[in-house]
Design a binder for this molecule. Structure first.
Ligand code: AMP
Length: 310
């Protein structure tokens, strides 16, 4: 069930009302991979610079189901770095700085041994880099992308081109508004389908998510989290849980040429919601790195009890 992701590996500096973390491991591809790896093996394609040190490497190594053969080392370059600050209610985030580093250079190469990947996720990075990775997988079963304010602002044409070639888009409600001009998430989701994809998943932070799909609509509350230390990476982790489940289930059932179904994606939303609730509980990937199968299963069961509808 080869699942592949490209995106950023980041060095993050994050401030929340509970504390501050300086130059810790982050990045869209990193959070995605760590979360997805609880459901399926993941291949990561991304570049880092000479400032990516042993501490960051050690954190990565805590996720043995993530293959880092596609992590390109560029000793003369700088790793993508991002600084963010959360306000008191943790729903509002300010970006303090974005240092693109390796993102301004050529896109990372996809190793030959990754070419049989069937499930493709394009985590947040420049849409032209996302398109470049995508072009390596003409026989894919599904391709889903994420995007955010910076790229909607600065690379809108590239993003619109990408949307014509992918099956799904995952983004938050503010980004959906920015992309479509529609405040209502259902209306925004439908407007995204008009741009090409078959489905859009719109994340609404602590209010959960909604999926607008050509075959219908699904909605889910967030896990009612009591411990929120740092929400950074929750969105990427959500996507990781969703895609990890989709890859595992679609591959296991040998659907031949069958497309990934609405049901598989809907189940993916549940896994994404649950795994993201662990990411919130620490800075960086610390909580995910400690997470075990039993805790994950217990929270899945608990969440299923919470959302039960008859
Ligand atoms: P999330 O909280 O899910 O939006 O993801 C935050 C992560 O995305 C952080 O670890 C950052 O390193 C990374 N990030 C922040 N801005 C960008 C950007 N413009 N493109 C790609 N990754 C980003």
């Amino acid at each position: 069930m080869p699942l592949i992701v490209t995106g950023t590996i980041g060095i993050d500096t994050v401030e929340t009302p509970t504390g501050r973390a300086e130059r810790v491991l982050g990045g869209s591809a990193t959070y995605f991979s760590a979360a997805a790896s609880f459901f399926a093996p993941v291949r990561m394609v991304a570049a880092v610079g000479g400032d990516f040190d042993d501490k960051h490497r050690h954190t990565m190594a805590r996720f043995p189901n993530v293959c880092v053969v596609g992590m390109e080392q560029r000793p003369e370059s700088k790793t993508f770095a991002w600084g963010g600050k959360y306000l008191e209610n943790m729903n509002v985030r300010e970006t303090i700085f974005t240092e693109l580093g390796v993102l301004t250079e050529h896109p990372p190469l996809t190793p030959q041994e990754y070419r049989d990947s069937k499930y493709v996720f394009l985590a947040n990075t420049h849409p032209a880099v996302q398109q470049e990775l995508l072009s390596n997988f003409p026989d894919r079963a599904i391709a889903v992308a994420d995007t955010m304010d910076l790229w909607i602002d600065t690379a809108n044409d590239d993003l619109k081109d990408l949307l014509k070639n992918i099956d799904g888009l995952v983004l938050n409600d503010q980004e959906a508004l920015q992309l479509t001009g529609k405040r209502n998430p259902i209306t925004a989701g439908k407007a995204i389908l008009d741009l090409g994809p078959s489905f859009a998943v719109i994340k609404k932070g602590e209010h959960g998510c909604v999926m607008v799909h050509r075959d219908g609509i699904a909605a889910l509350p967030a896990y009612p989290a009591e411990i929120v230390i740092d929400p950074t990476g929750a969105g990427d982790s959500f996507a990781g849980g969703m895609m990890g489940h989709v890859a595992a289930r679609h591959a296991a059932e040998h659907f031949g040429g069958e497309p990934v179904s609405f049901d598989m994606l809907q189940e993916g939303l549940v896994r994404g919601t649950v795994i993201a609730s662990f990411t919130l509980e620490s800075f960086s990937l610390d909580r995910l790195a400690e997470l075990n199968e039993r805790e994950l299963k217990e929270r899945m069961d608990e969440f299923q009890r919470i959302v039960k509808v008859d």
